[in-house]
Design a protein around this ligand. Structure first.
Ligand SMILES: *Cc1c(COP(=O)(O)O)cnc(C)c1O
Length: 466
């Protein structure tokens, strides 16, 4: 195990100063047991901790650092902007520039507002949808995360409750009484809900590619149905692409599936590592925000020049030439490689990958046993003809019955095995997310050679997991 004594000392001190020693719980390594490493710096694809250990990083600050750390163009943009003053509370040309870039990139976005985090973007989009429709109810999907907005902090990737029961103390039952929770990718559930309550629903909010229960891709039928039902019932469709934007596709999952939401929420990548969120959509809806309309939303640091500069520089590099398709190809290479190695080691996994995001799900022993039983059976009979049973039916692995499609299937994964995998990889210099229920991300500076080294190390670790 690499030396972690300085990290340990910083963490002990942090715990006396900051609740749990961290400013966001995802960083605490709670799900894998043990203490977080403290970071000194980042260089391209690598993180360097305070003890001097280097890690090839697949977390990327949970998504934003798609160009890697300290990218020259981004750093220069931040430095030259900072030299002119860091906040004015008055409009700047940089806001127009990032707005134009995103409006060009995302056809469903006609007008956009910048805020300071993904949470703020979602909170504002929900208020706008309610203000615009004059209705109260919001549909959200179990296992989708939309930041720590009170009304959406139910079944936010950690609870399988199907009623509006708050997950967090401090979220009042009043705050969630208008939240309708449904299973992800369940077409019938959303049809039934609209049939019963269609005229009360202000908005449906969804991660079209979920990234906060691990990477789980929205079924295109399901997403089309959401579009159809919201349109037919005059409700607002909100695609929360804070994570999937510029990752699931160049312009997010909406573009990838050719579905036009009414409002898109963005964050992470579009701020290039500075605090940013944005929400945008049809002008007819967006013009209900103050000062044009009556829906209140404001922010002292919103559209901050440093954040705009970092976002503009990041998108310029990301959208150049074949950068994005290369990124996707590298992510597919990692996904396939990890899956092969796991198979070779006899570890049951299911890999989901799209664009530059993916998750390796360790299937439970229960799924393992089911699979073994099926294998023992050997053949099944279809219409009188004997068909050989194969376990692998898709390039992304697993047999269909094991496919990960929603929180229910995700929550049955083998988190203990994931924890061992996580530490095995960290020990070998690879920084993966510290929870089975988070996505891995590919970044521009990671090379094919480094991916091959990752796959080789994973092969060693899988062999220790039996
Ligand atoms: C990260 C995330 C948020 C919240 O963004 P913050 O900047 O952390 O507030 C909202 N929605 C999705 C889909 C996210 O992944």
């Amino acid at each position: 195990m690499p030396e972690h004594s300085k990290s340990e000392a910083f963490f002990s001190e942090a715990k006396t100063l900051i609740p749990g020693g961290v400013n966001s719980p995802a960083r605490a390594f709670g799900a894998v047991g043990g203490n977080p490493v403290f970071i000194d710096s980042g260089e391209g694809a690598y993180l360097v901790d305070v003890d001097g250990n280097r890690y090839l990083d697949y977390v990327q600050s949970w998504g934003p650092m798609i160009l890697g750390y300290a990218h020259l163009k981004v750093t220069e943009a931040i430095q030259s902007t900072a030299a002119k003053g860091t906040s004015f509370g008055a409009p700047t040309p940089q806001e127009n520039e990032l707005a134009k870039t995103l409006i060009d990139l995302y056809p469903p976005i006609e007008k956009i507002r910048f805020v300071n985090s993904g949470t703020e973007a979602v909170m504002s989009a929900i208020r706008l949808a309610r203000g615009y429709t004059g209705r109260d109810k919001i549909v959200k999907f179990i296992g989708n995360y939309h930041g720590h907005v009170d009304s959406l902090l139910v079944a936010a990737g950690s609870s399988a409750a199907t009623l509006g029961v708050p997950n967090s103390p401090g979220v009042t039952s009043g705050a969630v009484q208008d939240t309708i929770l449904l299973p992800y990718n369940d077409v019938q559930a959303i049809k039934d809900t609209f049939q019963k309550q269609g005229s009360e629903i202000a908005a449906v909010i969804v991660e079209p590619v979920a990234g906060n229960m691990g990477c789980v891709i929205g079924n295109s039928n399901f997403l089309y149905e959401l579009r159809h039902l919201t349109q037919a019932n005059d409700a607002v469709l909100i695609f929360d692409e804070v994570l999937s934007g510029c990752r699931a596709g160049k312009a997010g999952a909406g573009q990838r599936f050719s579905i036009t939401p009414d409002i898109t929420t963005l964050g992470k990548v579009i701020g290039g590592g500075l605090p940013v969120g944005a929400y945008g959509g049809k002008a007819e809806i967006m013009d209900n925000i103050l000062p044009v309309g009556k829906v209140f939303q404001a922010g002292t640091l919103s559209g901050n020049p440093l954040a705009m500069a970092a976002g503009i520089a990041t998108l310029q590099v990301l959208l150049e030439g074949s950068t994005f398709s290369l990124l996707e190809r590298k992510c597919a290479m990692l996904a396939e490689g990890l899956e092969d190695e796991a198979r070779n080691a006899g570890i049951p996994v299911y890999v989901e990958q799209i664009g530059s995001m993916m998750t390796l799900f360790f299937l439970s022993d229960e799924a393992d046993r089911d699979d073994a039983n099926k294998n023992r059976q050997g053949h099944i009979s279809v219409n009188g003809a004997v068909v050989e049973l194969t376990t692998a039916t898709s390039s992304t692995g697993g047999c269909l019955s094991r496919k990960i499609t929603d929180w229910d299937s995700v929550s049955r994964c083998n988190t203990e095995r994931y924890a061992k995998y996580f530490w095995g990889m960290l020990e070998r210099g690879f920084y993966f997310p510290c929870s089975q229920f988070e996505a891995f991300f590919m970044s521009v500076p990671i090379t094919e050679k480094e991916i091959a080294a990752t796959i080789e190390a994973a092969g060693e670790v899988f062999k220790t997991l039996k």
